[in-house]
Write a protein that binds this ligand. Structure first.
Ligand SMILES: Nc1ncnc2c1ncn2[C@@H]1O[C@H](COP(=O)(O)OP(=O)(O)OP(=O)(O)O)[C@@H](O)[C@H]1O
Length: 252
């Protein structure tokens, strides 16, 4: 579905952020990208969604192909139209707009009939958004804003949903809910590419996983294999995470 080959990204003239990155996100699956601060996860998200230029980055070699279409240098609108949608890090809902208006913005690229269907799907997944639909997004809790950000991304009927740090800053019980919802969204047929510092949660909901370190892929494979790998356990699923709670939700 999404195939990234030998991708190199730099910021400015020479700051290397990604080097020779290979990644495959398959249809029907959840793929996790793990890595500590500065590993290159956000850079990869920017490259896939076509917004690298806005932060001074550029692809210097390699390719990003989605459903057979080369999107390596495509503008963000074309990438969205091709079927990729992002729920950004830090949620970034439109604080002054109501919940319903936020969702409508997410559905602006699809026709009215599809928009109504997608709205029904979103409020089925997140009933609280229907209850709060006339309230400004700023009044929602952190977890509800995360649900709104994911819901807004789903409004464009993506084939591939990108989730950038959906657990960031949320309480463990809310992280658990978000994790369950990721599984449900995937079960309904949407492929998911999940960027997470909360490795425990990410590996629990994913089929496949890639570990990035200083811009390079250190390891990739099935999430189950990675979760049982001693190096991953000590580096990403270590005691600090295990002590905090089942989902290691203190990574923010
Ligand atoms: N706009 C930018 N200009 C210059 N360097 C940047 C820029 N954005 C990121 N970098 C550098 O690129 C590298 C990868 O950063 P990136 O933000 O992609 O990592 P990350 O894994 O997403 O980390 P985090 O979880 O902290 O967001 C880092 O060395 C970072 O300092």
């Amino acid at each position: 579905m999404l195939t990234i080959r030998s991708l190199d990204v730099i910021y400015g003239r020479s700051i290397s952020a990604l080097e020779g990155v290979d990644l495959e996100a398959r249809s029907g699956r959840v793929t996790a990208i793990l890595g500590t601060n500065g590993a290159g996860k956000s850079t990869l998200m920017r490259a896939v969604t076509g917004v690298l230029g806005a932060s001074g980055g550029s692809v210097t070699s390699g390719s990003i192909v989605f459903e057979g279409q080369d999107i390596t240098s495509a503008p963000p609108g074309a990438i969205a139209a091709a079927g990729i949608s992002l729920s950004p890090e830090g949620r970034r809902v439109f604080a002054g707009l109501t919940v319903e208006e936020n969702l409508r913005v997410g559905g602006r690229l699809v026709d009215r009939k599809r928009r109504v269907e997608n709205y029904e799907r979103v409020v089925d997944l997140f009933p609280v958004l229907e209850e709060r639909r006339r309230q400004p997004a700023v009044l929602l809790s952190g977890g509800e804003q995360q649900m709104l950000a994911i819901g807004r991304a789903l409004m464009s009927s993506p084939q591939l949903l990108l989730l950038d740090e959906p657990s960031l800053g949320l309480a463990p019980v809310v992280v658990q809910r978000i994790a369950n919802l990721i599984v449900e969204i995937n079960r309904q047929g949407t492929a998911v590419l999940l960027v997470e510092q909360n490795s425990r949660m990410a590996l629990a909901v994913s089929d496949d996983a890639v570990v990035l370190e200083t811009g390079k892929v250190q390891m990739s494979g099935s999430a189950a294999d990675l979760a049982s790998d001693p190096a991953i356990q000590s580096l990403y699923l270590g005691d600090a995470a295990a002590d905090s709670d089942a989902w290691g939700a203190t990574h923010a």
